[in-house]
Write a protein that binds this ligand. Sequence first.
Ligand code: TYD
Ligand code: MG
Length: 468
Amino acid sequence: MRKLKTIFTCSFCGYQAPKWIGHCPECDQWNTFYEETHKEQDRRPTWRPDTPSSQPVALSTVSHQQEENRIATGIVELDRVLGGGLVRGAAVLIGGDPGIGKSTLVLQALSRCAAQDLPVLYVSGEESLRQIRMRAQRIGTVPERLLALAETDLEAILEQIKNTSPALVVIDSVQTVYTADIESAPGSVSQIRECALRLITHAKHTDMTLLLIGHVTKEGAIAGPRVLEHMVDTVLYFEGDRGHAYRILRAVKNRFGSTDEIGVFEMSGAGLVEVGNPSEFFLAERSEQAPGSAVVPSIEGTRPILVEVQALTAPSPLALPRRTTIGLDQNRASVLVAVLEKKIGMTLYNQDVFLNVAGGIRLNDPGVDLGIIAAVVSSKLEQPMPRKTAICGEVGLTGEVRGISHVGQRLREAERLGFTQCIIPNNNLKHIHDTHSITVVGVRSVNEVIAQLFPTTMRKKRPSADSL
Ligand code: TYD
Ligand code: MG
């Protein structure tokens, strides 16, 4: 007989300890341990690779057939993030806050696949079949090959998967699935881990694609999908503000593609709509003549997106003024503010500086540095940027402007959206071969940038602390 065993598990990362501890040594969270009893497990792994014996083989003889192995869902933004579609036999985890639109996205993807005559199965542990049907109806026609199952018992789910042998299965959500083999409640780390492992094992054996949906909770009261990230091939995060209509799908891990790509969607009354032109979308609400606003042609993955960086400087009542950023790296912003202070002589030590990327997108592109600089100076001077001018470039600690990648693409995107002037690093000028109708200005230092953007201020006086 198998023994019952008590163990304490961190609900955040799944770290296990024989005794209760207050602080998790693995993920640094406090008060996340809870008690679990489960039958002592057989220690052998349940999944084995597909070579029947453990003989090594010549790698060149193993078949790969990369292209045929992908299922294109037909949702371009989703396929792009996946690196060209869903890989057969792969497990994909889609995480995101409740209500962000995960179920809607996967149901749309399933509908498209089913319409291409692929057998697909949607397993929901959260909604009844009626509710699923209502949602499917709302987002379009309901194809015949789309099977749905409202079930939470892992054994029953696996049995139905074996019966219907679908090419693509969605489990919505992995937190609701449970197996009777483990005593702890559904949603606990051991349940999630075991259920996911068995589903993934089945997927790898049968070349079925598995899409797992996982909720992310702030407190980690029910186990977050963090433990799953190591077990799956691809992890996608669906982000966005519930107050806004846009949603961004981002890959944080992808064994079959790049992790830089993003997909942009808009939530409408009839499901998620792909946003093929994110630049127009992110600039939609910009007021051109407002001080503190700069437009940056940024690169997300391989795609240029025009975004608006907004800055607000205001006298601070605090001894340590705030440097608050939304959508930008806070340390980067502090460095750039210090560069302005030291190299331009702009007084910012007594100012709160708030930075925001309009539209809620997060930027990691170093090319956005000059946009931050321009927005902060524009806000401090209360002067808008020159009309129809975009700006991009990386800034070093000595105030020099450094070259960036993909300048041609950035210029084309700015040009496409009606910008007539773009300020770029001087180093990049020599790489521009196409004849752009946009005026390109190369700059070497932050000083030159400000002289270019706000010439009147610079002409009046040499930059000194008081004038700025
Ligand atoms: P849902 O896919 O259920 O989110 P999740 O599975 O991530 O919890 O999406 C829920 C939200 O989306 C809900 O607030 C309603 C909204 N929604 C629309 O605005 N339009 C639609 O066509 C659909 C299906 C949902
Ligand atoms: Mg849902």
